[in-house]
Design a protein around this ligand. Structure first.
Ligand code: URA
Length: 222
């Protein structure tokens, strides 16, 4: 396990390497790669979808309206950006903020997995469908799995995955915002349990209620 200084240096070095990435066509339209931001030593990491206009301009994830809501949700549980690490599924802005394409997700995936490997978070909160499906390895949508803790193995590490609605989706839908706030309120307790022991952070009561959506694959919940 790396200490905080080594971890920050390794992450900075990786960010420098990714700044010139040409693994997919999004490289041609971007202003810059939006690698990620926050505390490299964080136990809690958020993974969103992709940079939008403002993120592409500033090089920082979640600086637009959805980011302001994320800041407010974090403040509501006594945290700030300095306490967590924030990254996206895609590091470059899709034109017109369209959905990420499968080939873009596949091309960018090694960057996210390497970030997770370097940061070694204990709890990974996925924001929306794209991050949730990628990191859970399941096609089940966010409507079904939000608020349900899953244990997932990413590379060589097992982490707790906590799917949440995307703040952008909750911005204009009060009922979704209420659910997102409720799910967010559980983060401190989940984090505490994940910090004590990842395996102890399961949520058997709620998780037992989940059924797969359309596909027959059983969710890897515990
Ligand atoms: N939405 C995202 O998913 N990521 C950002 O960085 C901004 C908006």
């Amino acid at each position: 396990m790396a200490d905080a200084v080594e971890r920050a240096a390794a992450l900075r070095e990786y960010a420098e390497a990714v700044a010139g990435c040409t693994r997919c066509a999004l490289a041609r339209g971007r202003t810059q790669v939006v690698f990620g931001a926050g505390n490299p030593d964080a136990d809690l990491m958020f993974v969103g979808e992709a940079p939008g206009f403002h993120e592409d301009q500033q090089g920082v994830p979640f600086v637009g309206q959805a980011g302001k809501l994320l800041d407010r949700l974090l403040a509501g549980i006594g945290l700030s950006r300095a306490d967590v690490y924030i990254a996206n599924t895609l590091k470059c802005r899709p034109p017109g903020n369209r959905d990420p394409l499968p080939e873009e997700i596949a091309a960018c995936e090694p960057h996210l997995f390497r970030q997770i490997e370097l940061i070694e978070p204990k709890l990974v909160a996925t924001l929306g469908n794209f991050a949730t499906k990628l990191l859970s390895g399941r096609p089940t949508g966010i409507t079904r799995v939000h608020g349900q803790v899953q244990e997932v193995t990413l590379g060589t590490r097992t982490v707790l995955l906590y799917p949440l609605y995307h703040p952008a989706a909750a911005l204009y839908t009060p009922s979704m915002l209420a659910v997102l706030e409720e799910d967010f309120a559980r983060i401190p307790a989940l984090l505490e349990r994940a910090q004590a022991s990842p395996a102890a952070a399961s949520d058997t009561e709620q998780d037992a209620a989940i059924e797969p959506e359309a596909d027959p694959i059983q969710l890897g919940l515990f």
